[in-house]
Design a protein around this ligand. Structure first.
Ligand code: AMP
Ligand code: GLY
Length: 457
């Protein structure tokens, strides 16, 4: 009886193997020429699209919903990146061979699992982490627990809810100012408060927990030790087992020159970051990147996509302040232009868990980008302003961030409007080109920072 069962098991296993083989084979065959669906509408997605359409593997590219920049090189779809049923219908209808996810929202909502668990979509690889993996960005507490569990350096913390708000206030009293309060959930980049005054920190903690300052995102709050050092970002592409570290980049988060004023999505970026040397990179890789990817394996987290690790370098010791489960924006607009390797080939290797077989080639030049934003951003701003001068730009790449076509004209359609990317032998040369081309561009109330890269000189 036992032997019979073993034989039956082997037979079933063998058959599974046989029946799953042609699917993989068919997927690989199809990939010599593939229709790709890219989700998102910002500068990051325009940069991905710009790179992917250069690949001989990309037969047709759709972007949902895209912008005026992606419309010029691909086909835009009036479809929300979180409307999974619409995405499903489209993917089947157009025989889509791969889905690349730009923003975090669809990932946190589980698009990877949605495809994996649907027999009609199962064969289509999704570039991005599983729903549980996306919790690294979707929940600050989940990220902190992962960091601690895998011995990855991070700031000391504790987390609180409305029920434990008084303990939260007591915890604040044990810390030195400034106080760092982080809404647990997604809050469109606004959920982190850094406060000097203890009484104010307590009041804001109550606002977040009791008065839901950031909605449900702040029904839990992580209070963290403040780290004093230089911020930098590390971007990793992983197939869940092996990984490639992409070029470093630094972004400029504040709206005002000299890093003043409100936080934005990012006003410019530089790659590589001149002060990141081989010694620091080695520390980042051995102490942070490798344990992160090993952590995915140990915890059984399916992760086939980008990991964006936010770090603070405290006396040459890199410490993690956050994970994002996607590329940064505008960092993508300087990282992707420096990538010489075919991006679709890279994504295929991610899907097939063969990333270790790829040799990553990086352009040794610097790349910089300057973001042109709508006057008033990151607070209230007007949209629909006609953009002029695009045809006069020379020797820079214009990535559209918030634009759309309106009766043939390119008009602004968001806070961040255009990212002007340039190459140079060093970042000074690159940034000069971006500013020269910005002089040729115009829209009503256009604003940009004139000091991108100045802190690196
Ligand atoms: P996050 O959304 O976690 O990246 O936080 C937003 C910004 O807050 C970061 O880019 C940092 O500038 C700052 N920040 C976050 N955590 C800390 C910390 N523990 N110490 C100092 N600054 C922090
Ligand atoms: N530039 C920062 C971000 O994409 O979150």
């Amino acid at each position: 009886m036992y032997h019979l069962l073993v034989a039956l098991g082997k037979f079933l296993l063998f058959n599974c193997f046989l029946s799953s083989k042609p699917i993989i084979f068919a997927r690989q065959l199809k990939t010599t020429h593939m229709t790709i669906l890219l989700l998102g509408s910002g500068g990051r997605e325009h940069a991905f699209a710009w790179k992917m359409v250069q690949s001989p593997l990309c037969e047709k590219l759709f972007v949902a919903p895209g912008n005026a920049g992606t419309a010029a090189i691909a086909t835009n779809l009036a479809m929300s990146p979180t409307d999974f049923e619409a995405i499903k219908a489209f993917a089947i209808q157009e025989n889509v061979g791969m889905v690349v996810v730009g923003p975090e929202d669809p990932l946190v909502k589980g698009i990877y699992d949605f495809f994996l668990n649907d027999p009609a979509l199962h064969h289509i690889p999704v570039i991005g982490p599983s729903k549980i993996g996306a919790q690294l960005e979707g929940s600050k507490e989940f990220a902190k627990e992962f960091l601690i569990k895998h011995n990855i350096p991070t700031a000391a913390y504790d987390s609180f809810t409305a029920e434990t708000v008084e303990q939260g206030c007591e915890f604040l009293e044990t810390l030195q100012p400034p106080y760092v309060l982080k809404a647990d959930g997604l809050a469109a980049g606004k959920g982190v408060l850094i406060i000097q005054d203890l009484a104010e920190a307590k009041e804001e903690l109550r606002n977040m927990l009791v008065h839901q300052k950031f909605g449900v995102a702040s029904s839990k709050v992580v209070i963290e030790e403040f780290l004093d050092g230089i911020e930098l970002s590390c971007f990793v592409l992983t197939d869940g087992k092996s990984y490639k570290i992409l070029p470093t980049a630094k972004d400029y988060k504040r709206i005002g020159e000299g890093d003043t004023g409100l936080n934005t999505g990012g006003m410019g970026a530089v790659s590589p970051v001149p002060y990141v040397d081989a010694v620091l990179m080695e520390k980042i890789e051995t102490r942070i990147v490798k344990p992160t990817i090993d952590g995915f394996q140990k915890d059984g987290i399916a992760y086939k996509g980008f990991v964006f690790i936010g770090l603070i370098n405290v006396n040459n010791e890199p410490i993690v302040i956050e994970y994002n489960v996607r590329m940064g924006d505008p960092e993508t607009e300087v990282v992707i232009p420096r990538l010489k390797t075919d991006l679709v080939e890279l994504f295929l290797a991610v899907a097939n868990e063969k990333l270790d077989e790829i040799n990553l080639e990086i352009d040794p030049r610097s790349a910089t980008t300057v973001m042109l934003v709508s006057g008033g951003y990151p607070e209230d701003f007007e949209k629909g302003k006609v953009i002029t001068g695009l045809e006069n730009v020379q020797d820079s790449i214009v990535f559209h961030a918030g634009t759309k076509l309106d009766q043939g004209a390119v008009v602004s359609n968001g806070g961040r409007v255009l990212a002007i990317t340039s190459y140079g032998n060093d970042f000074q040369e690159a940034i000069k080109k971006s500013y020269q081309n910005i002089d040729k561009l115009h829209f009503d109330k256009m604003f940009f920072r004139k000091d991108i890269g100045n802190d690196l000189k």
